[in-house]
Design a protein around this ligand. Structure first.
Ligand code: BTN
Length: 325
């Protein structure tokens, strides 16, 4: 997509190391008149950008508005590789689909797709993921891990722990991770992770890690049938969250934690996961395609399976199931 003069202006202001940049310099860099620069600055002010203007020094960008777009997301993004290639769309069917397409075309490790709204957001087991409003975080990251395919489920558990780290930096909330891919608060789901991959027997070509995080939704935005089991960060805290800062922090934490995970192995994730696990040591109902039974959650194994203790005191490893209570 072609960058407009307005986008270029925001980029220059955001990257200006000295802080201030003169109207004359902006006009030279953008190849437009000083009047045109002034008009763009006024337009940006109307859109919520804040500037300091000092005679003889020029303009300094103080803050950007809360509108999420590629420029506001990339401004001050503190990552080396994750999200540095960023595709932002206002409306898509699903960020997962775009990510798959880009990954097949060779998109580099860390490429991230973020949308304001999804018309066909999807979750695990091909369930619908409600994301047609622009008050959540809907994103898919392309990761090309050095990892055997049978360890792929570790990435979902890793992502969940990294998300908990990020959200806790903003508010001390009672977040719990429900195996394998959900974040819960007060018994209600507010975040889901969808990990998909393209792999050979011994090699992962790419993984798409999709994150759906309910941020600023009012509960009545959700379909009636899920309103009593769904929540959002804002519904829990009673204030609206800055989605830009949250996305930037999420990407930065994922990148740092991922490095740690690669260096230390799964034990780094396992401990964090266990200390935030939902219903650990409690009796739950395990529903699998061929059998369903009651069991107590004991923890997770190194390959990301759920470890449960059945009524007959047999310890079982669960790789795919739904957990109810
Ligand atoms: C689940 O809880 O089953 C996982 C939900 C994952 C939803 C996210 S939103 C961004 C990405 N695009 C999708 O269509 N799904 C994932």
């Amino acid at each position: 997509m072609k960058e407009t003069k307005r986008d270029q202006l925001i980029d220059i202001l955001a990257q200006c190391d000295e802080g201030f940049i003169s109207g004359q310099e902006l006009s030279r860099k953008l190849e437009i008149s000083r009047t045109a620069v002034w008009k763009h600055i006024n337009e940006l002010k109307k859109d919520g950008y804040q500037f300091e203007a000092v005679p003889k020094k020029g303009y300094r960008l103080l803050s950007h508005p809360l509108a999420v777009n590629e420029t506001t997301l990339k401004w001050d993004l503190q990552t080396k590789w994750l999200g540095q290639k960023l595709v932002f769309k206002d409306e898509v069917d699903s960020t997962q689909d775009i990510a798959h397409q880009l990954a097949r075309e060779g998109a580099e490790n860390g490429t991230t797709i973020i949308a304001n709204k999804q018309l066909k957001g999807r979750g695990r087991l091909n369930r619908k993921w409600v994301s047609h409003h622009d008050d959540g975080i809907w994103m898919s990251m392309i990761i090309r891990p050095e990892m055997a395919p049978y360890h792929a489920s570790q990435m979902t558990l890793f992502t969940a722990t990294s998300l908990v780290d990020t959200i806790r930096k903003f508010a001390d909330l009672p977040i719990k991770i429900k195996w394998p891919n959900d974040l819960f608060m007060d018994g209600k789901k507010f975040c889901g992770i969808l990990t998909e991959m393209q792999a050979e027997l011994d090699h992962i070509e790419y993984m798409i890690i999709g994150i759906g995080l309910n941020v600023n939704q009012e509960i009545n935005l959700f379909p009636e049938e899920i309103q009593n089991k769904t929540t959002s960060l804002a519904a829990q805290t009673q204030y609206k969250w800055d989605r830009i800062r949250l996305i930037q922090q999420l990407l930065a934490d994922f990148e740092t934690n991922y490095q740690e995970f690669q260096a230390c192995g799964f034990s780094y994730v396992k401990d964090k996961w266990t200390s935030n696990a939902y219903k650990l040591g409690e009796r739950v109902y395990i529903k699998m395609p061929k059998k369903s039974f009651e069991a107590t959650i004991e923890g997770i194994t190194d390959d990301g399976a759920l470890l449960v203790n059945t009524a007959d005191n047999i310890v079982e490893k669960i790789y795919s199931a739904e957990i109810h209570w």
